[in-house]
Write a protein that binds this ligand. Structure first.
Ligand code: ADP
Length: 607
C-alpha cells in the first residue's frame, strides 16, 4: 500500500519530459529557421559584394586594357595593383585576369604565380571571353570548401578584351554559421537545464499537495482522521484539497457514528437475555452473542463458519431455505434423559428492499421453564378436575342409590348419607386448599410475624394431637429443649404446617407407633423434625411429595382423606418464613420431615 511511486513513473518526470521536449523542439525549429535565413542572407550579401567588386574590377580593367594596350609591363603592374586594391582582403580567394588569348595576365594568389603567362584551360573563361558571364558555387576538390566561382567578361566598347576569373572561398560564411549553430546548441542546452529545474519546481507545487492527500488517505485508511491537508493555493488543486478536508471531516463523522452504533449494538447483543445468531447468505454463522453461546453450550469461535441448521441440529427437519420462509418459531429440543432443555428459535431474514437475501438472524430463548410451567399448569388443571370428579361421581352414585330406595333402608340410608357428607367435606377441604394455594401464588396474603417460643408452640400442638392419637395408640416423643427458643412466625400458618406434617405422620403410622418431634438450635437456625415409624417414602418420591397433588400411593392417600396439597402448602409457607423443608425416609421403616426457621435472638426488653 505504502509504495513510493518511482521517479520515472512520477508526474514530475512526465512534466519534465513534456516541457523539455517542447522547449527542445521549439528551439530546434527556431534554430533551423534562423540559421537557414541567416545563411541565405549572408550568402546573398557575399554574392552581391563579389558581383559588385567583379563588376568594378572588370570596368577598371577594361579601361586599363584600352589605355595601356601596347605597354605590356605597365599594364601588368597596373592590373596587379588593381587586383591588390580590390581583393586584397580576400585570403582564400583567387582572382585571375585573362586576356583575349586566354593567357593569364595576373593572379591575386601569390603561390599561384607560375600560371601567369600560361593559357587558361577553364571552360568558364572561354565562355566569358565570348561575352557571357558565368557564376556558380563549386566545391574545392581538395579541401571540400564551397567556393563562389565567377567568370566575368572584361568588356570595352569594342567587345570583350579579356575575362576575370574569380574563385572566392565561402568558408568564412559557413564557419560563421557553424559558430552560431554551436552558440545556439549551447544555448539550447542551458535553456533545457534551466527549464528542467523550473519544471521540477513547478511540478512540486502540483505534486506535493497530491502527495499530502495521498498520505492523508493512508492515515484515514488506518482510521486516523485527525490531520487535515494543507491548502497551498486557490486553484483547482487548492479546491481539491479543500473538498478533501471536507470529505475527511464527513468521513470521520460517519466513522464515529458507525463505531458508536456498533458499540451500542454490541452492548445490546452482549446484554440481551436472548441468544442472537447472525448468518451470511449461505447460512454460515458469522456472529453469535454470549447468551447464544451459553444457550447452545458452544463457543462462537468453534461454530463460526458452520451451517446454522447443523449447529441448531435442525438439518434433519429443515433446509436453510425453509428457515428463510419460516415465520413461526421453531422449538428446539435439546433434552437429555436426565434433564429437559427446550429452546425457541425465531428467524428473520436480512434482505434489502427487493434485493437478494443477505443473511438470517436467529433469536433464541430458553423456554424450558416456560414449558415446564405450562406443563404444570395443564397438569394442575387436569389434577383439580380429577380430584373433584372422583368425589362428585361417588356422591352421584350414592345419591342415585338413595333415590332408588336406599333412603328408606334403615341401615343403608344413614351410611350412604354419611359417605356423601364425607365426600362433600373432602371437596370443601380441597377447594379451601386450592384457594389458599392460589392466594399464596398471587402473593395475595400478609403474614403477621410475631416472636414465639417455638418449644412451647410445639408442646401445645402435640398436646392437642395426643388426645386424638390415643385411639390409634400412637405415642408422641418430645425432644424439645426447655430453654426458650424464639422464632418469628405467623402462628396460624405455622400451626397449619405442623398440623399437616403431624397428621401425615399419624396417617401413615402403624398402630402403636411412635412419633418423635425434635427441636434443634443450630446457630442462626432452628430445625424441627417430625419422625414416624410408618411405611416410609421411596427414595425417588422423596423430593416430589412437596409437589401439588403428588401422592406416593394414590389410592391409599385418597382413602385416608388427603388432598395431595398439604405438603405443597407447607412448603410455600415455610419458604415465606425463609426456611427450608425436606423429607428423609427409609422405605418401610419410617419418615422424617425436617424444616428450618431463622432463629430470633429475643432482646431482654422484648420478653
Ligand atoms: P395428602 O393430603 O395426600 O397427605 P400431602 O401433601 O400432605 O398430601 O402429602 C403428599 C404425599 O406424601 C402423601 O400422599 C403421601 O404419599 C406422602 N407422605 C406424606 N407424609 C408421609 C409420611 N409421614 N409417611 C409416608 N408418606 C407420606
Amino acid at each position: 500500500m505504502d509504495r513510493k511511486v518511482g521517479f520515472f513513473k512520477s508526474i514530475q518526470f512526465k512534466l519534465i519530459i513534456i516541457y523539455v521536449l517542447i522547449i527542445f523542439i521549439a528551439i530546434q525549429i527556431i534554430g533551423v529557421y534562423f540559421t537557414k535565413q541567416l545563411e541565405r542572407q549572408l550568402v546573398t550579401n557575399y554574392f552581391e559584394m563579389l558581383d559588385e567588386r567583379a563588376n568594378l574590377l572588370s570596368f577598371n580593367l577594361a579601361q586599363e586594357m584600352t589605355k595601356n594596350k601596347d605597354d605590356r609591363s605597365a599594364l601588368t603592374s597596373n592590373i596587379n595593383r588593381l587586383l591588390r586594391d580590390t581583393f586584397s582582403l580576400e585570403q582564400q580567394s583567387e582572382v585571375q585576369v585573362i586576356d583575349q588569348n586566354r593567357v593569364v595576365v595576373s593572379t591575386s594568389n601569390l603561390s599561384n604565380r607560375h600560371i601567369v603567362g600560361q593559357q587558361s584551360t577553364e571552360v568558364r573563361v572561354k565562355r566569358a571571353l565570348l561575352g557571357n558571364k558565368f557564376e556558380d558555387v563549386l566545391r574545392d576538390p581538395i579541401t571540400g570548401h564551397r567556393m563562389r566561382v565567377l567568370a566575368v567578361p572584361i568588356k570595352t566598347d569594342d567587345g570583350p578584351v579579356g575575362a576575370l576569373y574569380i574563385e572566392a572561398s565561402m568558408e568564412d560564411i559557413y564557419s560563421q554559421i557553424r559558430q552560431i549553430n554551436s552558440i545556439l546548441l549551447s544555448g539550447t542546452f542551458i535553456a533545457l537545464i534551466i527549464s528542467s529545474v523550473l519544471v521540477i519546481l513547478v511540478a512540486r507545487t502540483i505534486t506535493s499537495p497530491i502527495m499530502d492527500m495521498r498520505k492523508q488517505t493512508m492515515r484515514m485508511g488506518r482510521g486516523d482522521f485527525t490531520n487535515q491537508v494543507k491548502v497551498y493555493s486557490v486553484d483547482e488543486i487548492g479546491q481539491l484539497a479543500t473538498s478533501f478536508n471536507d470529505l475527511t471531516m464527513k468521513l470521520q463523522d460517519a466513522t464515529l457514528t458507525r463505531d458508536r452504533e456498533q458499540k451500542r449494538l454490541k452492548s445490546v447483543l452482549t446484554h440481551m437475555t436472548d441468544g442472537v445468531i447472525a448468518t451470511d447468505q449461505n447460512g454460515r454463522i458469522i456472529l453469535m452473542n454470549k447468551r447464544a453461546e451459553e444457550l447452545l453450550s458452544v463457543s462462537s469461535k468453534a461454530v463460526t463458519g458452520q451451517l446454522l441448521p447443523d449447529v441448531l441440529q435442525l438439518s434433519d427437519t429443515f433446509a436453510l431455505y425453509d428457515l428463510y420462509e419460516h415465520s413461526d418459531s421453531v422449538l428446539l429440543d435439546f433434552s437429555t434423559k436426565e434433564e429437559e432443555y427446550l429452546l425457541e428459535a425465531n428467524f428473520s431474514v436480512i434482505q434489502e428492499k427487493d434485493g437478494p437475501i443477505n443473511g438470517l438472524i436467529t433469536v433464541l430463548h430458553d423456554v424450558t421453564e416456560q414449558e415446564k410451567i405450562e406443563h404444570e399448569r395443564r397438569e394442575f388443571v387436569a389434577n383439580v378436575s380429577h380430584e373433584l370428579r372422583t368425589p362428585l361421581t361417588t356422591m352421584k352414585s350414592y345419591l342415585e342409590a338413595l333415590e332408588d330406595g336406599a333412603m328408606s333402608d334403615q341401615e343403608l340410608g344413614p351410611r350412604f348419607l354419611s359417605v356423601t357428607q364425607n365426600e362433600t367435606e373432602r371437596m370443601i377441604r380441597l377447594v379451601n386448599d386450592l384457594l389458599q394455594l392460589s392466594k399464596i401464588d398471587s402473593h395475595d396474603y400478609k403474614l403477621k410475624f410475631e416472636p414465639i417460643d417455638l418449644g412451647l408452640f410445639l408442646h401445645d400442638i402435640i398436646d392437642r394431637f395426643e388426645m386424638i392419637a390415643q385411639e390409634k395408640h400412637i405415642t408422641f416423643k418430645r425432644k424439645i429443649p426447655s430453654k426458650p427458643t424464639y422464632a418469628k412466625i405467623a402462628t396460624d400458618k405455622m400451626t397449619q404446617v405442623i398440623d399437616n406434617v403431624i397428621s401425615n405422620a399419624m396417617k401413615y403410622s402403624p398402630e402403636g407407633g411412635n412419633i418423635t418431634i425434635a427441636l434443634l438450635h443450630q446457630g442462626h437456625q432452628l430445625q424441627v423434625s417430625i419422625k414416624d415409624e410408618g411405611m416410609g417414602i421411596p427414595r425417588e418420591s422423596q423430593g416430589k411429595i412437596f409437589d401439588r397433588f403428588y401422592r406416593v400411593d394414590k389410592a391409599r392417600a385418597r382413602s385416608v382423606g388427603g388432598t395431595g396439597l398439604g405438603l405443597a402448602i407447607a412448603k410455600e409457607l415455610i419458604h415465606a418464613h425463609k426456611g427450608e423443608i425436606w423429607a428423609e425416609s427409609e422405605y418401610g421403616k419410617g419418615t422424617t420431615i425436617f424444616f428450618t426457621l431463622p432463629y430470633y435472638a429475643m432482646k431482654e426488653d422484648e420478653r
